[in-house]
Design a protein. Structure first.
Length: 470
């Protein structure tokens, strides 16, 4: 098995092999079958090409690019969240925000550029729907621009069905704003960190005022007046840290039927951050203990075929789902195979308030890839990719889980270079992935129907919240 990337993991009943060349898992006893498949694939397109060319990027983006235009309509925010990437002062390489607003001319040029390119993509991918997302800061602080841009798009492209998204803290969801968002069928992601004490501990206004009650009041207005829109178009994003009581968090989201569906639960980002220095070793150990106890509860629900907790489905099930729907056999990025967890720059386009293009909304501004006057700069994209390859992914050829890697540009980006924090971050991810594989296959052995549950995870949680009003 020389030069074949495999790892072993075990359940109580079986030892399995995961092969990263193919993305397949086998019981260890079937290893000869794996060798046979790999021999068949030796000369296929999974082999990486050595040189990046502008034409490769242009060709890839014609088929796979321009999935989303993300407009940072303002750097300003009415909150001062303790873990905020931009305003907390906790992150070493965050961009410096100056409360600047994007103007209409910049936004208009960004929209024109995006739609000119999406029309080219539609020739090759006719089912692609243009997607425009409004981001900040708190984007609703520049609501006039949002209205102007949506109006402009509707007038200029009246026959195009556009998907609109907005990520908001929910504090400014007034009647007039809500009516506009509903009229234009926006999908709204609202940040809500669970139960009141946890949310108000970290998410306060710029003056230090608590925000939980106001956000719940705004959500309740939408639920009461527009229940179908509330459950179908609004989703919640939750952030936690080592001080969060995970038992209370689980109870809050799993029992409160008057909330939109929870779609994402993230820990406050640890990379290049001082945030976790404010906690104690006792906080960490208590946090880990809570995770294990909740995992035991979740496993028990599945093994006894009980109804699973909606919160635990997201908290644990999302990781298992990622493993389950992994790319297999012939799925390849060709010349971009070395990117692994990162997307090809240009798949999404994030526009800052000055009109500069960036890879996405999660990266800092060290590596711009174009601007509204010139469009995508393919030479800069190649420079970014080559630098990323030299500083990060040169080691990935030996990694037994590179196909499963969840880390990307945002994980490693510092000022003008890419770096690892901590230095052994890859080893930690491999260890965690092995553990997740063992847990997933233990659950599948005890309840094969768990596979179907994972495939429909987000749909199930959305429906679960909606059932009681039908």
């Amino acid at each position: 098995m020389d030069n074949i990337k495999i790892i072993e993991f075990s359940t109580e009943n079986t030892t399995y092999i995961y092969n990263d060349d193919t993305g397949l898992t086998f019981p260890k006893k079937d290893i000869d079958k794996l060798k046979e498949i790999i021999n068949l694939l030796k000369h296929n397109n999974m082999k990486e090409k050595p040189v990046l060319r502008e034409v490769d990027i242009q060709h890839f983006l014609l088929y796979e690019g321009f999935t989303q235009l993300i407009l940072s309509v303002t750097e300003n925010c009415n909150f001062r969240c303790k873990y905020c990437y931009y305003y907390s002062g906790m992150y070493d390489y965050a961009p410096i925000f100056n409360r600047k607003n994007m103007n209409f001319d910049i936004a208009k040029k960004a929209v024109d550029y995006y739609f000119n390119n999406i029309f080219q993509v539609l020739k090759y991918n006719p089912y692609r729907k243009p997607c425009v997302t409004f981001y900040g800061g708190e984007p609703l602080l520049n609501f006039d621009l949002i209205k102007s841009i949506v109006t402009y798009i509707r007038k200029k492209f009246p026959n195009i069905n556009v998907l609109y998204n907005i990520t908001t803290n929910g504090y400014l969801l007034t009647k007039d704003i809500v009516d506009f968002l509903i009229d234009n069928d926006f999908y709204i992601a609202v940040s809500l960190d669970g139960y009141k004490e946890n949310h108000d501990r970290n998410r306060t206004t710029i003056k230090g005022q608590k925000t939980f009650d106001k956000i719940l009041q705004n959500l309740e207005y939408i639920r009461f007046h527009y229940p179908r829109y509330f459950y179908e178009n609004i989703s919640l994003i939750c952030c936690y840290d080592w001080k969060t009581d995970l038992f209370k968090l689980e109870e809050f989201f799993s029992t409160n039927k008057n909330l939109p569906p929870l779609v994402r639960v993230n820990a406050a980002a640890p990379y290049f951050s001082k945030y976790y220095q404010i906690f104690t070793k006792e906080d960490f150990l208590n946090h880990q203990c809570q995770i294990q106890k909740l995992k035991d509860v979740y496993f028990e629900q599945i093994k006894k075929k009980k109804k699973t907790s909606a919160f635990l489905d997201i908290f644990f099930g999302s990781n298992y789902r990622t493993l389950l729907i992994r790319e297999k056999i012939t799925k390849s990025k060709g010349v971009f195979n070395f990117l692994h967890g990162s997307c090809v720059p240009g798949v999404k386009i994030f526009i800052d308030t000055d009109g500069n293009f960036h890879i996405c909304e999660k990266v800092n501004y060290s590596f711009p890839i174009g601007n509204i006057e010139e469009g995508l700069n393919y030479k800069k994209i190649i420079q970014v990719l080559n630098k990323y390859k030299e500083e990060i992914t040169y080691e990935c050829k030996k990694c037994p889980i590179s196909r499963l890697c969840t880390m990307c540009f945002a994980t490693f980006m510092t000022n003008n270079r890419f770096s690892k924090d901590p230095e052994n971050i890859c080893e930690l991810l491999i260890k965690q992935t092995l553990s997740d594989f063992s847990e997933l296959y233990s659950l599948l052995e005890s309840d094969p129907s768990f596979e179907e549950k994972l495939f429909h995870l987000n749909t199930k949680n959305k429906r679960r919240n909606y059932e009681h009003i039908l």
